[in-house]
Design a protein around this ligand. Structure first.
Ligand code: SAH
Ligand code: SF4
Ligand code: F3S
Length: 456
């Protein structure tokens, strides 16, 4: 972290002393966004703020925004309106950051129509938050801190993590893929990989603090670029798995086009790596995939999936699918359903195509009508749900390693944890197991969205 910002942390802490000020962060985006929020929280705590769940009672409110789909905008403006009212009666600092602030039209809109917003920051300027808060507190200044160029990587920011057992570790920032529907490359900039030794150092430290599960994060993790010793993503996986104390390693998201054999081997050879791999499909039709700029065909995707199933025993796949990409016909959508039937995904994250200004697909004049998009979404959802029971059935009678995460939200007298394939399993509580334990469980019942098991 920059010395200059450390100094601002100190100055803000001095100003805040004995004031018992509270902060609240509302994270609206993906796991990378979540990880940024953990760093923001880390800085705020060092500045003397304490977390409070209900943002309506906070003195400092941060919205960490997402713009990958349109509906996020309405939600944000609703929330800003609420804060405006609260600000009339109380001295509240409102800061808005994240991906949406990297969009010029959104930035302009906030600046012109929501002038009571105190701090606006982007995805490349999180590390300046101490200075920006200081300016607001000291000079009552409105601050706009958004830059367009790719940010540098700042190591060593303080961090306050959401969990004591599971931790996310960002390994690369940005994206170079420019899928034609996607805004992420425009708001997160070009790909930048963290130095492997910094990543390893962070995970070693996490293991010392008792963390058991690590998720490596990036928009395209398997295009990670290291150094002479840890060259690529496969090398990084192998190194991370050597770290004692870490029991489970996940990564999200890989891109099918970069799923090389050495990555498959690394998964196969390291039992710590989760047996669920997220392999974003987006669409099943080769022409649509080409127009999406995904760089693989239907056949290549199917071949990759079957190669992975063959080489990695016990593997399951999850995926992301977009329905209603511009120009997608009913027949082309059938190819998506066909892939879903063939692959038996364990989990599918389904999205209705959302037009994002500035992207190539948004300019097309053959946008699919809303009604058809929704019909396709419902059809896909139905197909997926019809397969959940069938997928669950294969777990019955098997023994699974479960990381206990807490009390079950399905049944309060039970603990809840996840298998290495990310299935929720609940078990009866007993005084031999505690949160954070990794235990062996025999799966006994299928309850559709979770399984039940007996502790062995
Ligand atoms: N880099 C990651 C995804 C980041 S965005 C990857 O490639 O897997 C998460 C998901 O949001 C994408 O996989 C895609 O399915 C979906 N998505 C992205 N842009 C979208 C858009 N314009 N409309 C609907 N869904 C979109
Ligand atoms: Fe978006 Fe494609 Fe990059 Fe994922 S790989 S962030 S979908 S452009
Ligand atoms: Fe959203 Fe930004 Fe993540 S646009 S999906 S928060 S990278």
């Amino acid at each position: 972290m920059l010395e200059k910002q450390k100094e601002f942390i100190r100055l803000v802490r001095e100003k805040n002393i004995n004031k018992n000020l509270k902060y609240s962060i509302l994270t609206m985006g993906c796991q990378l966004n979540e990880n940024d929020s953990e760093k923001i929280a880390g800085m705020l705590e060092e500045m003397g703020y304490n977390v409070i769940d209900d943002y309506k009672n906070a003195d400092l409110i941060i919205f960490n925004t997402c713009c990958v789909r349109e509906n996020a905008e309405e939600r944000l403006f609703g929330k800003i309106g609420e804060i405006k009212k609260l600000k009339e009666n109380k001295n509240i600092i409102l800061a808005i950051g994240g991906c949406m602030m990297q969009e010029k039209n959104m930035l302009d809109k906030i600046k012109s129509s929501y002038q009571f917003v105190d701090i606006i920051f982007g995805t490349h300027t999180i590390q300046n938050l101490p200075e920006n808060i200081y300016k607001t507190l000291e000079k009552n200044q409105k601050v706009k801190d958004v830059i367009d160029i790719d940010g540098e990587i700042y190591e060593g920011l303080p961090i306050k993590r959401n969990s004591k057992f599971k931790a996310s570790v960002t390994i690369m920032y940005g994206c170079d893929n420019f899928c034609s529907y996607c805004i992420v490359p425009y708001v997160r900039g070009r790909e930048r990989s963290r130095k492997p030794e910094k990543i390893i150092e962070e995970i070693v430290q996490l293991s010392k603090e008792g963390y058991k599960e690590i998720t490596l994060l990036g928009q395209n993790v398997n295009s990670y670029k290291g150094n002479d010793k840890i060259k690529n993503f496969a090398d990084l996986l192998n190194e991370v798995c050597k770290i004692d104390g870490i029991e489970r390693v996940n990564f999200i998201s890989p891109h099918p086009k970069d799923f090389t054999d050495d990555v498959i081997d690394a998964i196969k050879n390291n039992k710590k790596i989760s047996r669920i791999i997220h392999l974003p499909l987006q669409a099943g039709n080769t022409k649509v995939l080409k127009e999406m700029n995904r760089k693989y065909t239907k056949e290549q995707y199917l071949n990759l999936a079957s190669k992975m199933y063959d080489r990695i025993p016990g593997l399951v796949l999850s995926t992301d699918i977009i329905v209603g990409f511009p120009g997608e016909t009913d027949e082309e959508f059938e190819d998506t359903l066909d892939v879903v039937r063939k692959i038996n995904f364990e989990q599918i994250f389904m999205f209705i195509y959302s037009k994002r200004d500035g992207t190539v697909a948004a300019k097309r004049n053959d946008q699919v009508p809303e009604k058809i998009k929704h019909e396709r979404f419902d059809k896909l959802k139905k197909l997926y749900e019809s397969k959940v029971d069938e997928n669950n059935q294969k777990y019955i009678g098997t023994v699974q390693k479960i990381l206990i995460e807490g009390n079950s939200k399905y049944n309060n007298n039970n603990f809840e944890g996840r298998t290495s394939t990310n299935k929720v399993v609940i078990v009866s509580q007993n005084n031999k197991i505690k949160i954070g334990d990794v235990i062996q469980v025999k799966i006994t019942e299928n309850h559709k969205w979770y399984l039940k098991g007996e502790v062995l």
